[in-house]
Design a protein around this ligand. Structure first.
Ligand code: URA
Length: 173
């Protein structure tokens, strides 16, 4: 055994998930400081969590759900008896949205919600067994993942779509 025997190295959970750091499929990639924040988590997760887009901290750390939403999510996972490492974290849009000046924008541009998801989100989700439940956070994630609208009415509910069970919740941020 080598020097590190007995030391538990935390697993690096993002290499399994593809990323294109030079993505120019929509204007967001060119404006982002850090493009195409990848999904993070095991390929056989106990739960999939789908957010809208990385925030400022996510962009800086190049990891999903490490900001305020991540903290809230962590609390909810703990209550549910899950740890972050059990969960596959992803976003339907992969760049922190900025305008042409490079300033952050509150709303993800509609174009990005059409262009980005087939390139990364849909492909990543397709690799996960359909028995794994999917928690969608917010209207954009719900619409992209299932085609449904009305997050306010659906929040707290679940339904089956294309063989997967989706749970809906208002976005925490
Ligand atoms: N962080 C993310 O990665 N996604 C969100 O939707 C919110 C915060």
């Amino acid at each position: 055994a080598g020097k590190s025997a007995g030391v538990l190295k935390p697993p690096d959970l993002s290499p399994a998930w593809p990323r294109d750091t030079a993505c120019r499929a929509c204007p967001l990639g060119a404006r982002a400081y850090s493009c195409c924040i990848p999904s993070e988590g095991p390929t056989t997760p106990r739960l999939v969590v789908v957010g809208e887009a990385p925030g400022e901290r996510e962009e800086r750390w190049e990891r999903p759900f490490v900001g305020r939403s991540g903290k809230l999510l962590q609390g909810a996972l703990t209550q549910a008896g899950l740890s972050r490492g059990d969960v596959l974290l992803m976003n339907v849009v992969r760049c922190y949205p900025r305008d042409v000046q490079g300033d952050p924008v509150d709303e993800v541009p509609p174009e990005a919600l059409v262009t980005c998801p087939p390139l990364f989100f849909s492909k990543d989700l397709a690799r996960v067994d359909t028995y794994v439940p999917v928690l969608v956070l917010g209207a954009s994630a719900l619409k992209v993942a299932t085609g449904r609208t009305g997050i306010r009415n659906l929040s707290g509910d679940s339904f089956v779509h294309e063989g997967r069970t989706y749970w809906c919740h208002l976005h925490p941020a």
